[in-house]
Design a protein around this ligand. Structure first.
Ligand SMILES: Cc1ncc(COP(=O)(O)O)c(C=O)c1O
Length: 377
């Protein structure tokens, strides 16, 4: 391993800086958690209901149903729409595994399409080409915090009678043509995994919808499918967000827009610092999209050298690869078409540290270390 002169000269820059967030919000979060402990109400109840109302309002959705993960959010959305065994659901080949896993968990078959190389969202013309009489739904993923092309997708889904479930796990507060990601399809699904833009101190998730019947169905599914009076007429789940997590999320949610703005400002600083770096391709934002930079992802032209990530991390800068393998290449799926643009992305992407508390001097260090590591490959 080649050492860079920068190693150990400055404090490390972590991939996700939850400590900075805790320093700002720690007292408020402790008070909120204490209130829940004192209330004795831990499952569903007033804190969870208040969070759901606030989340729906913040996103401009009619209904929000909180759940215990972003994975369950996709599962319950598909179940509420009646998607199940024998059905096909078209989705992107380039996302976190949970997107496709959720399709398989409801008994349906994931059908993968390739992504746009610049924006990493699914190619709508390929979705069209893969529709069959078994296709029930499409799941676009708003990867890294930028909405997929929802105008083209909604037009296609409307014409072909398909449901759209937006996987907005990485994109809370992002917008497409002024509307929040997750509020455009039949359902939007969110994750509150701790490193997400709005993260719990544990697992959490949510669906949003503008349809009261679908919201009711999701509510029923998350709590074992009750029909009233101790009778259950639906096989559901235990997928409730607990009140402690809801209380923590209520502290963070009002900061959503300010934190998104801070992330965009940090992204603009990276754009400037890296503008002349010919070995990297910088992120692209579509004009209709308002990006919330869950990740700031560059591409290394010609592919990441095998030891690049380790060398940058060893120099104290937390970089990550999201994701190192297209979903269509996962051995657990039967339908495995080639998705060459997803494959190339998996060989080139590099996520630099980003967050609302990242300081410009930290970004300068990130860029110095990344440039030095690229220069020695
Ligand atoms: C795109 C995407 N979909 C789904 C999920 C699943 O969310 P969770 O980890 O809360 O189950 C994640 C979380 O990492 C994600 O990034």
């Amino acid at each position: 391993m080649q050492d860079t002169p920068l190693t150990a000269l400055a404090p490390p820059v972590p991939a996700v800086d939850l400590a900075a967030e805790k320093a700002l919000l720690g007292a408020e979060i402790h008070a909120a958690v204490r209130d829940v402990l004192d209330s004795g109400s831990f499952i569903l109840g007033p804190t969870v209901e208040a969070f759901e109302k606030e989340a729906a309002a913040a996103l401009g959705a009619a209904h929000a149903v909180s759940l215990n993960s972003g994975t369950d959010a996709i599962v319950l959305a598909l179940r509420a729409l009646g998607v199940g065994p024998g059905d096909e659901v078209i989705t992107t080949s380039y996302s976190f595994f949970a997107t496709a896993e959720a399709i398989a968990l409801v008994g349906a078959k994931p059908i993968f399409v390739d992504v746009h190389p610049e924006t990493f969202d699914l190619v709508v013309s390929q979705v069209e080409a893969r529709i069959t009489e078994r296709t029930k739904a499409v799941i676009p993923v708003h990867l890294y915090g930028q909405s997929a092309d929802m105008t083209a997708l909604k037009a296609l889904a409307g014409a072909r009678g398909l449901f759209v479930v937006e996987d907005a796990a990485q994109a809370i507060g992002a917008k497409w043509e002024g509307r929040c990601a997750g509020t455009i399809g039949e359902f939007g699904t969110f994750s509150f995994y701790p490193s997400k833009n709005i993260g719990a101190y544990g697992d959490g998730g949510m669906v949003v919808t503008n349809d009261a019947t679908l919201a009711e169905h999701a509510r029923k599914l998350r709590n074992h499918g009750p029909a009233g009076g101790g009778v259950h007429d639906t096989i559901g789940y235990n997928s409730r967000l607990d009140a402690v997590q809801a209380a923590i999320l209520r502290v963070k949610l009002p900061r959503m827009d300010a934190w998104s703005t801070a992330r965009r400002a940090a992204a603009a600083i990276y754009d400037g610092l890296l503008a002349d770096e010919e070995r990297l391709v910088l992120p692209v934002t579509r004009p209709a999209a308002e990006h919330v930079y869950h990740q700031y992802v560059v591409r290394v032209r010609g592919g990441r050298p095998a030891d690049l990530v380790d060398r940058i991390n060893a120099a104290g800068v937390g970089v990550r690869v999201y994701y190192g393998k297209p979903l269509s290449e996962m051995p657990c799926f039967e339908d495995r078409p080639a998705t060459p643009d997803a494959l190339r992305a998996s060989q080139e992407v590099l996520a630099l540290p980003i967050g609302p508390f990242l300081r410009p001097e930290q970004q300068q260090r990130v860029v110095q270390v990344v440039r030095a590591a690229l220069a020695t490959t």
